[in-house]
Design a protein around this ligand. Structure first.
Ligand code: ATP
Ligand code: MN
Length: 468
């Protein structure tokens, strides 16, 4: 038997159908690759009436033989023997037509947008990156920790957390003083969705040495930007015996590993996304256009990231033409200001022209757990800034000295009762340690060249947006 005689079965969804008198061509896709399989239907073998219900979006099961393709678009195509319509899609009703739809339109069709080239590519890339994250850490001897999603500690993000309750919202029990009586709630105390798995990861790192979490994270910040979600995924390694320099080395190594993994394993999808981005860029002014996607990924791989202190960054920003001409929305005049995305991107895209790691931020704009420097002003924080994104990673060496941590907790008015367990780790076998958080969707923005974070997670949660 010749190889080409072997009949195979394929199943998938119709992207397009076109035809002539004697032959019909159907492009079928099952989501496994950006490339469609071309089905060639000989209308002498299969009557045209059998194809009447085949339109864009229909699901088919097809038996046939793979043959070298006469056309230029593909190496092989399928010569069809039998065709079964598993599910129809009425052309007047099916929202996805074989033409370019806007990303805004597709967000409203999130239940169907997986079926487009763009979202197929993003979904496969997202999967590959999830796998690569676990592989990276596993190969380095890290243990994956499942940190809790519901938390009783309100330490990190007062005001930014989603409440979790089973109390009836129209009859919330009150105490004698008129406050909400959480004793009557499910957990007997106030509960929230977590903003970070870090504190729990620290507990594990102080026993297993090298750990990481990779889970959903929730922030009720009402920032309607293209880089913020209310529900996003965060990767948080935490390592005992690490200082801030080890932490930066790990962050840089991980980002480069992931980018390289994407280049090696997702070439077809990246090539498609690159073309997509190029089309998009044509609508922008020349000076606002970004680098070609794959070139940009390789560029980041080849560069050692620039490492400078916050203080040095402030000097650069204050003296910049941009600042002097009043072109920053938030002008930089004094040391101590929190950096906005526009400042981060200036440093990366205009000044250094490569990723930048900023260290030693003012302690007043950073979290209580960060290790205090001897200057009494700064902490051993490190943020990784990326082109087109701004902050992609936020991390630090942690304060491991009990008394210093305690005084910081008191200074910042953090409710101590909920933090006793965290403090205890500084009493029993405390060691220097460090870690960071990588926002998975920020990484996906960078890798895909997409402009809006709502398009790199299947079902984005943002203010007033909870349809799917
Ligand atoms: P930003 O200043 O950009 O809001 P952040 O300082 O609040 O970030 P961290 O608390 O340090 O961020 O969180 C660690 C990482 O998680 C960030 O570097 C970023 O990649 C990601 N991240 C933070 N907030 C969000 C969000 N709302 N949506 C998506 N990713 C986020
Ligand atoms: Mn934030």
């Amino acid at each position: 038997m010749q190889e080409s005689d072997i009949e195979i079965n394929v199943k998938g969804w119709v992207r397009t159908k076109r035809g002539s008198k004697n032959v019909a061509f159907i492009a079928l896709n099952d989501g496994s690759t950006i490339h469609n399989l071309q089905l060639v239907v000989d209308l002498e073998k299969i009557p045209e009436s059998a194809l009447a219900h085949i339109h864009t979006g229909a699901a088919l099961s097809v038996d046939g033989v793979l043959v070298p393709s006469a056309g230029s678009g593909q190496k092989v195509e399928m010569s069809v023997n039998r065709i079964e319509v598993l599910g129809t899609a009425h052309p007047d009703e099916y929202p996805l037509q074989p033409k370019k739809h806007s990303l805004e339109f597709l967000r409203e069709k999130a239940h169907l947008r997986f079926r487009t080239n763009t979202f197929g590519a993003i979904t496969r890339l997202r999967h590959a990156m999830t796998f690569a994250v676990h592989k990276f850490f596993n190969d380095k001897g890290f243990y994956n920790i499942h940190s809790p999603i519901i938390t009783g500690s309100d330490a990190e993000g007062a005001g930014e957390m989603f409440h979790v309750t089973t109390m009836k919202l129209d009859a919330i029990p009150k105490t004698a003083e008129g406050r909400i009586d959480f004793k009557q709630d499910f957990f007997g105390k106030e509960a929230n969705l977590t903003v970070s798995g870090q504190l729990e990861a620290e507990l594990a790192a102080l026993a297993l040495s090298k750990v990481y979490t990779f889970g959903p994270t929730f922030r009720a910040e009402n920032s309607n930007t293209s880089r913020h979600l209310a529900e996003f995924w965060m990767i948080e390694p935490e390592v005992a015996f690490f200082d801030i320099n080890d932490d930066m080395d790990l962050a840089e190594e991980m980002l480069k590993y992931l980018i390289n993994y994407a280049l090696e394993h997702c070439a077809d999808d990246l090539a498609f996304l690159s073309k997509r981005q190029e089309e998009e860029e044509k609508t922008k002014k020349a000076e606002e256009r970004s680098m070609e996607l794959i070139e940009k990924l390789k560029f980041v791989l080849d560069q050692p990231f620039e490492r400078i202190t916050y203080t040095e960054a402030i000097d650069i920003l204050r003296d910049s033409k941009q600042n002097k001409k009043g072109k920053f929305q938030y002008p930089i005049d004094a040391w101590g200001a929190d950096l906005q995305s526009e400042h981060e991107r200036y440093l990366v895209e205009k000044h250094f022209k490569k990723p930048v790691i900023l260290t030693d931020y003012p302690r007043d704009i950073k979290a209580f757990y960060m290790k205090q420097n001897d200057d009494g002003k700064t902490v051993r924080a490190m943020d990784v800034l990326f082109p087109g994104i701004g902050e992609i990673i936020g991390g630090s060496q942690r304060e491991e000295v009990y008394d210093k941590l305690l005084s910081r907790i008191k200074e910042m008015d953090i409710p101590m009762e909920s933090m006793w367990w965290y403090l205890e780790t500084r009493k029993f076998g405390t060691v220097p340690h460090a870690g960071f958080g990588l926002g998975f969707e920020r990484l996906m923005l960078f890798l895909t060249g997409m402009g809006n974070i709502r398009d790199v997670i299947p079902f984005p949660r943002t203010p007033f947006n909870l349809e799917f």
